[in-house]
Design a protein around this ligand. Structure first.
Ligand code: AMP
Length: 446
């Protein structure tokens, strides 16, 4: 990822005009905040490919778009995500509103906001709802490949659904998205973390187990041992791995309702032909999950191999002051999908069909008219702007990626034709009547 400013570009600082006055030294260049990236025009087509594929899949499963604010009351995330989590303990961008002192937070994830909106607008009053959203999330993490401070998620939530069929549906949606994007080397891990009383019973066992391995716990684990021992299973701290491997498995001890739910999920996945691994250590980084948790992972992105994760959160609505509402959802990192696509040689283009070069005032007017008539038919057309010789305009035409150049000079104006030059295949240029330009140009479309 890169920043858009080139050396020597003029940058205006908040005090730029003061310092620039009277030949003073140039203002210092401003840069993007660390871990928050620009997506440049050459990179954007792959992003759009991911977003378009996701929109199609959401629609295919009857999920409807819901947009929630980027800023929410801090309490929403503290209550929703849980205070003994990495996100709430150290990763939130929290600030006081200057006007009234309210504590606000840039959303670190979308689910809490969506559930807040569902409660606030009684969205599930009459019937359950399937919704999706996408956009930026903010976590103060150590930036590295695949891990950023502003990152983007695709997010789907099924609100008010109890059975494991929607859990399976969401996993299948993601499988369909991978297929639509042509992603290989992705696999699925699932687990059940049971119901609240299952976890309560398991707590004591886990605390006892990790107390016997106290020598390997790091500071986070020490702190969470009594607050939230399940979270220790998520630790990447190398000395703890053996103790984690030996820890009692919650999934072996979950009660009958959670067991039946899990069996319903695996039966649906088996029927759909979706392969999975049951990973008893999968707990996920947010506290609100129960029963199903899942994660799609790839081996291709090193340590940042999680590309999507989700699960059931039947207790979240009540935590946020709403009526109990069973629900299941997932979030998928767009940056990681783009990285994975790029690694697998994926490309996407946003080249126009035609680039119109022109010389002379009458030709400039005709260029605009021809371009509009092509756009009327749905084609993308770039009209050269900024003057320059026809030769230099043809260089721009080539760089634009257009399939054809349309060249208009005095001769063309007089004849009412356009010179059409194919740019991507070896074919001669030819004079084409204005009425035929769209069809002829389209015949060269990539
Ligand atoms: P989570 O909300 O932590 O379950 O994350 C869901 C998905 O979002 C992950 O599987 C990643 O693909 C992506 N993700 C989470 N955190 C980051 C981050 N800091 N930078 C980039 N992608 C992220």
């Amino acid at each position: 990822m890169s920043t858009t400013e080139k050396p020597g570009s003029q940058v205006i600082s908040p005090r730029g005009s003061d310092t620039a006055a009277g030949g003073a030294p140039r203002a210092t260049r401003l840069q993007a905040v660390r871990g928050m990236n620009d997506v440049l025009p050459d990179e954007a087509p792959l992003w759009q490919r991911v977003e378009d594929a996701a929109r199609t899949v959401f629609a295919q499963y009857g999920y409807r778009n819901l947009r929630v604010p980027v800023v929410e009351a801090t309490a929403l995330f503290v209550r929703g995500i849980g205070d003994a989590t990495d996100i709430v303990e150290k990763e939130m961008y929290t600030f006081a509103d200057r006007l009234n002192g309210d504590s606000l937070t840039l959303r670190p994830e979308a689910t809490a906001g969506i559930v807040r909106a569902a409660i606030e607008h009684s969205l599930t009053y009459e019937r359950p709802q399937r919704v999706w959203t996408m956009g930026p999330m903010f976590r103060h993490e150590r930036p590295q490949k695949g891990r950023y401070r502003q990152f983007h998620q695709l997010d789907a939530e099924a609100l008010g659904f109890e059975g494991p069929d929607v859990d399976a549906e969401q996993i299948m949606m993601l499988a369909r998205l991978w297929k639509a994007l042509g992603l290989a080397d992705v696999s699925l891990k699932i687990n059940s973390i049971g119901d609240a009383d299952d976890r309560l019973r398991h707590r004591a066992l886990l605390i006892e187990h990790f107390e016997r391995h106290r020598d390997v716990l790091d500071a986070d684990a020490e702190r969470r041992l009594h607050a939230n021992p399940l979270r220790l299973l998520d630790s990447k701290h190398p000395p703890m791995q053996e103790a984690i491997r030996l820890a009692p498995r919650l999934i072996d001890r979950i009660g009958a309702p959670a067991r039946a739910h899990f069996e319903g999920l695996t039966a649906a996945l088996d029927a759909a032909g979706i392969a999975y691994e049951v990973d008893a250590r999968l707990v996920r980084g947010l506290d609100y999950y129960n029963r199903t948790v899942f994660e799609w992972v790839t081996g291709a992105l090193g340590a940042q191999g999680a590309i999507a994760g989700g699960g059931r959160y039947d207790g979240l609505a009540a935590l946020l002051g709403g009526k109990p509402m069973p629900a299941c959802g997932y979030a998928c990192g767009i940056e990681r999908l783009v990285l994975l696509l790029r690694e697998q040689g994926g490309t996407a283009h946003d080249a126009p069909l035609a680039y119109v070069a022109h010389a002379g005032d009458a030709a400039a007017r005709m260029a605009l008219a021809v371009a509009e008539s092509l756009r009327d038919r749905g084609h993308a057309v770039v009209v050269h702007a900024g003057g320059g010789s026809l030769k230099s305009q043809m260089k721009r035409a080539d760089a634009s990626g257009a399939a054809v150049a349309l060249i208009i000079g005095d001769d063309e104006v007089a004849a009412g034709t356009v010179t059409l030059k194919p740019l991507r295949v070896a074919a001669p240029q030819s004079a084409v009547a204005v009425a035929d330009v769209a069809a002829r140009a389209a015949s060269y479309a990539a």
